[in-house]
Ligand binder design. Structure first.
Ligand code: HXC
Length: 535
């Protein structure tokens, strides 16, 4: 007994219990653990490199300001049971999450780590992402996800699916409050694909980015069709055919630099304004070249990008969906330092008509700009909506209505410039006075009508032309009359539907002055739960 040992109980306990580790030892152990986690699994890292991909941490280093990353949940591990999961519980659980800055402004991020369970999303992985999403929303900071993942972690079953659902729910709650950006840098299969569709902008990089709901193996099993990863969901496919990717880049470095560029034009949240650049005298900047770029003849082609370059500061603009629905251009740019969203018809693609794809592209862009206080500048040169069976079957009415709805709903400052023709429904849709543009300008080349002169004369004078002794002369006279009476340069201005007809050289000036005039615009709609946008 203790009494026989001539020693107190406390002394005995001290003697048999090992001394607690020293502070130095605890710090060393922690440092080693954190370093091991940061270094990752060497074989996995080598495999990643062999594929031409960077590690999750290297990607974050490229994306964020140097030394700004603050990691959260580095030591998180899954608690899954079964299928041997207990034996492999790597820290981070396959996703690096936290916060950092870009050009000094706070953002929240996740970067999936393909070297751990193929970046697949299990319960802990999902909860980590959800945590940073909530912090992004509550602090009003943009949210950026770097995806490289095999999708739902098969071994974790329904908890993986539940994790995705929670992420989707948070994307939707944050939509229109903070900018959300998805970057695809490897496989992005299954559930992960919806994270890109719910974000405001989706970037894809290089040959390694693959985005699809079901991979080639499943496609073959279900449909018998054999497709490669790239054919099914490569960056080119989504950048030019499906429109899922907003920006496509050749490699990861360029892609992540482009995310930084985009953010430099966006506010951190819907209560702020986009960061303004220095004013550069745009309000007195005449651009005579504009009149040389655009031919007065309505059917002659020119590149609207050249017009855009003349109008915006330093000739620089950032186009969304550059290779998809090229008949409409959507771009962020600055005019006199102020960020604007430009929507413009592009005569070099399908003569600049609107079609189902162009309407979807522009509608989403207009809604984004409106949600984040980015004024809209619309450059109009549109012969109408593309007619035909294909378009009707594709639902051009539904998609065209999206663009109409987006403009009608937009409360940001809106300036439209009718460069040349603006016919029919396409005139109305392209931010006409009737749907709420604040400042409507037109060049002397403007032709606003139900349709162009040729088509109009054929319809309204069909009988007269058929009965004419000299139909050629008769048609020429009727055309002349139609133009003289219905589409002369001041016809629309006389009716108050454009506010001014301006010399093309004055366009940059006029837009800059308009933006200054409309800067404090406020407009409120009647309270409602939400409108029923024609999706
Ligand atoms: C668990 C996964 C995994 C997954 C990959 N891995 N995907 N582990 N769950 N979903 C693991 C692999 O077992 C492997 O582990 C490692 O990640 C690398 O995978 P590989 O196949 O060797 O790599 P690679 O050849 O490059 O192919 C990558 C891939 C392929 C194309 C992503 O792994 C793949 O097709 N995975 C399944 C994709 C998928 O169908 N996911 C479920 C989607 S359904 P080891 O230990 O060998 O290194 C879904 C439902 C949500 O997400 C729907 C919500 C709407």
């Amino acid at each position: 007994s203790i009494s026989e040992l001539d020693i107190t109980a406390e002394e005995l306990e001290r003697a048999v219990r090992p001394a607690p580790p020293s502070m130095d030892r605890l710090r060393d152990d922690l440092g080693r653990l954190r370093q091991d986690v940061a270094d990752g699994d060497h074989r996995g890292v080598e495999r990643q490199r062999a594929l031409g991909k960077r590690t999750a941490r290297e990607r974050l280093d490229l994306l964020l300001d140097e030394g700004s990353f603050v990691e959260l949940d580095m030591l998180r591990r899954h608690r899954a049971q079964g299928l041997g999961m207990e034996r492999q519980r790597p820290h981070t659980d396959g996703v690096v999450t936290g916060s950092g800055t870009i050009d000094g402004r706070r953002v929240f991020v996740y970067a999936q780590d393909f070297t751990i369970y193929g970046g697949s999303l299990g319960e802990a992985h999902a909860l980590k992402i959800q945590k940073v999403m909530e912090l992004a929303l509550s602090t009003g900071a943009p949210f950026i996800g770097l995806n490289d993942s095999g999708g739902a972690r098969i071994q974790e079953g329904v908890l993986s699916l539940n994790g995705y659902g929670g992420i989707f729910q948070r994307y939707v709650q944050a939509s229109g409050v903070i900018p959300q950006i998805s970057v695809v840098l490897g496989p992005c299969a299954g559930g992960a694909a919806y994270s890109t569709a719910l974000a405001d902008f989706t970037f894809m990089a290089g040959d390694t980015a693959q985005l699809y709901l079901t991979g080639p193996d499943v496609v073959e099993a279900v449909t018998g069709e054999r497709v490669t990863h790239a054919e099914l969901g490569g960056a080119q496919v989504h950048g030019s055919r499906s429109g899922v990717a907003t920006f496509v880049h050749d490699d990861e470095e360029e892609c992540l630099a482009s995310v930084r560029d985009l953010l430099s034009m966006l506010p951190s949240n819907n209560l702020g304004r986009p960061p303004a650049g220095p004013p550069c005298g745009a309000a007195t900047d005449l651009r005579p070249r504009l009149a040389e770029i655009v031919p007065a003849e309505q059917n002659k082609l020119y590149d609207m990008r050249e017009v855009l370059a003349e109008l915006v500061d330093d000739g620089e603009f950032l186009e969304t969906h550059r290779n998809w629905a090229g008949n409409v251009i959507c771009a962020l740019a600055r005019i006199d330092g102020e960020v604007v969203g430009v929507v413009a018809n592009q005569p070099t693609v399908l003569a600049g008509v609107l079609d189902a794809k162009a309407a979807q592209k522009a509608a989403r862009f207009v809604r984004f700009c409106d949600a984040f206080s980015i004024p809209l500048v619309t450059l109009v040169d549109v012969p109408g909506f593309l007619p035909g069976k294909d378009q009707e079957y594709e639902g051009v009415i539904r998609h065209g209505a999206k663009l109409l709805y987006a403009y009608c709903e937009a409360t940001v400052p809106r300036i439209s410039v009718i460069v040349r023709k603006a016919y029919g429904g396409a005139y109305i849709v392209m931010d006409s006075r009737s749907i709420g543009t604040d400042l409507s300008l037109a060049w002397p080349t403007n032709e606003v009508a139900v349709m162009g002169a040729e088509g109009a004369v054929n319809i309204i004078y069909r009988r007269q032309l058929a009965a004419a002794a000299d139909p050629v002369t008769e048609r020429a006279e009727l055309l002349e009359r139609y133009k003289r009476e219905l589409i002369h340069p001041t016809y629309t201005a006389e009716r108050g539907l454009v506010d001014d007809v301006i010399d093309p050289a004055e366009t940059r000036m006029a837009i800059a002055r308009g933006l200054a005039m409309l800067r404090d615009k406020r407009k409120h709609s009647a309270p409602r739960k939400h409108g029923n946008v024609p999706l």
